[in-house]
Structure formats: C-alpha cells, structure tokens
Design a protein around this ligand. Structure first.
Ligand code: ADP
Length: 478
C-alpha cells in the first residue's frame, strides 16, 4: 500500500509521532493508501519553512516571470502525467474516470493560466496633487494557508495554489482527509519544475488537527478555504482572531430557472449534468430546477426520462455517477431521502449490477413539484438529488431562486434577451449563467458566493487580487 508523507521545505517528512491515516477508495470502501497524519508539529514546521522561503530563501527572490515559468512547467508536467494523475484522482475520490480526467485537465489549465498571468498584474498610478507621484503596487499577503475539500482536490489545488504562487505567496496546503493525494503528487512535481523548497508545503491530516492548527497558526497571513459553511465559520473566526483576511467558498443551493420559451433540447442535458456531476458533491451543483408552471409537467416528464436512464457505478466503470465520498456522506444523503417520503419521486436512476457491497452508492433522484420552502428545496444535500419547483412568472421565479440562505451560482434558460439580463441582474449569486451552466467549470471565470455561500472570489484574474493587497506609495517630489 502506497504511503504519503507531508511535504515540508522540499522534503518528504513523516508525522513526528509516526501516525498515519488510511485513505479509502469510495468505490469499494477499502483502504488503498496511507498518509502521514500531520498535526501541530508538522504545521509549525511547514509554516516556518514557508516563512523562510519567502524572507531569506530563493523563493522570495524570484521574479514574477520566474514564478510564472514554474507554474507553466507544472502545467506541462501535469499533462505529461495525465493518465496517472487521473487514475489516482478517480480512485481517491471515487469519481468516474472521465470526470477525473476533466479535473486533471482543469488543474493543468489553472497552472497554465496563472503561469501566464504571474507577470501581468499591473499596479496603479493615481492622479493626485501636482507635486506628488502616487503609485499602487500589488504585494503578496505572505504565507497563505489553503484548506481544501475532498470533492475536487486537483482542481481546487490548481485554482488556489496557482493564483497564490503567481502573486508570490508561500503556501501551506491542508488537503481533506478523505481525498487529496493528487495534491501531494503535484506539489512534488512543483519541486521538479523549479519551485524552491518551502514555496509550497503540504500537510495531510484531519480537519480538527492539522486543519485547525493551520487556521489558528499565528504566522499565517491569509486563509483560502473551500468546504462546509460550518467549518467556514470556524475559519473566519480563526482569521478574525488575528485580523487576517480569508476567502470562503462554501455551499450552495443553486437554482436553474427554466422559462416556457427555453430550448429544452439544449437545456435538459446540462440541467441533468449539473446535479449528477461528481454525484452531486459539487458546491455549485444545480440542485433546484425552477420551471414555469405552463410547462412544468412537460419539462419534468422529459427530465424524468433522463434520470431513469442514469447509472451509478465504480469509478472504473465510468458511468454517469460514481459513489459518494464516505460512509458519513452516504448516511447523510440517505437521511435526506428518508425525510423526503412526503414528496413525489418523479424518477430515480439505477445502480449497476455487481457493485462492491462496501461502496458508498446513492441513486440520482428527481422530486417534484416541491414547495420552495420544503427543507429539500432549502438545505444543501451534497448528493444527486434534484428538486423541481414550479413558478408563475418572472418575479415569482426571482423570489424563489433568491429564497435560500445560499447564493453561489444560478442558471437562466430563456430566449428572451431582455429577460435574460433582467433575471441575471436580479439573481443573488456570485455567478449567473444564461442558457448554459458550468457546475465548477470555467477556470477563467471569477467564482465565489454571496450570503452563506461565502465571500471572496477565486478563479480567473480576480483571484490574483484576492491573493495580494494593494500598497499605496505617495512620493512628494516638490
Ligand atoms: P466537507 O463537508 O466538504 O468535508 P469540511 O468543511 O468538513 O467540508 O472540510 C473541508 C476542509 O476543512 C477539509 O480539508 C477538512 O479537513 C478541513 N476542516 C474540517 N474541520 C476543520 C477545522 N475545525 N478547522 C480547520 N479545518 C477543518
């Protein structure tokens, strides 16, 4: 069984107390690897290494162009090892191989994007009094903490670490205990691609141990967190204790709004995919479909046909959905489904035959009509459950779409151009798609939430601003 250490100061380091934890494949519930169970000692060492790299090491002396070249080389190295990283991501997360392959492509694209962007973030020159020159320069925060989840480890590594390194931060990453082995592999690749030791350190471990030690570390300058709203609140409190900044990318209950004039041939495959992708374990999953009443029955009938055709299998079977990540998540989704017995189940997909008994499988389900205030239309399931909600008119659609605690992504399906813009502007979400939907997609597109979905923006150029701050230098030249 392969064993993974922490990566600290460019070296493989086991946990000081020798502890490890098992990494289980969700497809069969069996351990297939082990990782060092990092804790406070490893986090302390990793943060100290990052600080040294930044202040006295080679990393801090690199030019933006040099850092960009390292990221670009990493993108190529990821592409060279695409098959191997795809197999690891699929096994670690239990996701169908085609999804894992997409995730590794996205990882390479993030590294490519941020590699190319590293020396293109210009500062400001601000008109002021005649005998002054005022300039604004973008500086890195310093040592950045990256606490990431198990649903898209490779992609989130790319978007978070890629942007942070582009801006010159030294990183300490804590992957999720359930899946994050690709992060360790790619961090090692970074060294081969010329990243000086300490520029990127990875401490695998448990959330309450390594995660909490990192979030509370007194020498961290910024935290980038993606995960649950509950832990996001803890992270924000930890950041507040030391008055440092954080970005929080938390959950969602994203709505897709389907008007009667929508092109259903185009919309329905995308609407279906937006909830089954990664077995619904996607922050930006389209977990509510709002349908204009006049076409509600016709649209749900067509969606139901699609749901009935969906198949769930192991990551290697590469069907429509893989298993859920772990037993806890499996039980959580099962509880949601049990509590939904008052709702009409319009369709359910099927499990493939001969699945390993200990795998964490859940069938995709479509419910409707569901009242907008039903708990299944309000709470994030993080599983393959879609609720169909009828609406009467545009105002009703916007009210329902905005009527949850979350606001991550939304979709609008209509051919009416004025309505596209009106609705897009009224929806409370960090990203709105019109006649399309990219659950987790679009590395170039700034992404993040409003309300309980979090704050701050990742992806695209905007992330470069998040991972830096503006210093104003005012020069009186007389
Ligand atoms: P999910 O529901 O996706 O598992 P979590 O919020 O539990 O989301 O986990 C996201 C990341 O946060 C993981 O890397 C996890 O280990 C970490 N984490 C969990 N609890 C804590 C905590 N108390 N402090 C810091 N990090 C934590």
């Amino acid at each position: 069984m392969q064993s993974y250490d922490c990566l600290i100061d460019g070296r493989d380091v086991p946990a000081a107390d020798g502890r490890t934890f098992e990494i289980v494949c969700p497809s069969d519930g069996k351990p297939f690897a082990a990782a060092a169970r990092g804790g406070k000692a490893e986090v302390d060492a990793a943060v100290a290494a990052a600080r040294r790299a930044l202040e006295t090491g080679d990393y801090g002396r690199m030019t933006p162009t040099e850092r960009g070249r390292v990221l670009s080389r990493m993108a190529e190295a990821v592409r060279d090892r695409h098959a191997e990283l795809t197999a690891l991501e699929a096994m670690d997360c239990g996701k169908p191989t085609k999804q894992a392959a997409t995730d590794i492509n996205c990882l390479a694209r993030y590294l490519e994007f941020y590699g190319a962007a590293a020396d293109k973030v210009h500062g400001l020159q601000i008109p002021f009094l005649n005998d002054w020159l005022v300039t604004g320069i973008r500086e890195p925060h310093g040592v950045t903490a990256h606490i990431i989840p198990w649903n898209y480890p490779a992609q989130i590594f790319g978007r978070s670490v890629g942007a942070a390194i582009a801006m010159g931060n030294a990183c300490v990453l804590k992957p999720a205990e359930d899946a994050g082995l690709t992060c360790l592999e790619v961090a090692k690749l970074a060294l081969d691609c010329g990243l000086p030791a300490g520029g990127l350190n990875v401490v695998p471990g448990i959330g309450e141990e390594a995660g909490a030690a990192l979030a509370h570390h007194p020498d961290i300058d910024f935290i980038s967190f993606t995960g649950s709203p509950e832990v996001g609140t803890l992270i924000q409190k930890a950041a507040a204790e030391r008055t440092i900044g954080c970005t929080l990318e938390l959950g969602g209950k994203s709505a897709q709004v389907v008007f009667a004039d929508a092109d259903l041939d185009h919309a329905l495959p995308i609407i279906t995919n937006a909830i089954i992708q990664n077995a619904g374990q996607t922050c930006s999953a389209g977990s509510r479909v709002l349908i204009e009443s006049s076409v509600f029955d016709a649209v749900t009938a067509r969606l139901a046909e699609r749901f009935a055709d969906l198949r769930v299998g192991t990551h290697a079977m590469d069907l429509d959905l893989g298993p859920l990540i772990n037993r806890q998540q499996h039980e959580r989704v099962a509880r949601f489904v049990e509590r939904a017995s008052d709702l009409e189940l319009l369709a359910e997909g099927r499990l493939a035959g001969d699945l390993p008994a200990a795998g964490f499988y859940a069938t995709p389900r479509l419910y409707g009509p569901v009242s907008p205030d039903h708990y299944l239309a309000q709470e994030e399931v993080f599983g393959p459950v879609l609720v169909a909600i009828p609406f009467n008119d545009e105002a009703d659609a916007v009210r329902i779409a905005n009527g949850t605690a979350y606001g991550l992504v939304a979709g609008v399906w209509t051919k009416d151009g004025a309505r596209q813009l009106r609705v897009a502007r009224r929806l409370k979400a960090g990203q709105v798609y019109v006649n399309g939907y990219g659950a987790g997609g679009g590395i170039e597109l700034p992404f993040g939430g409003v309300k309980r979905s979090g704050h701050g923006r990742e992806k695209g150029f905007e992330a470069l601003y998040e991972f830096s701050q503006l210093k104003t230098i005012a020069i009186h030249h007389g």
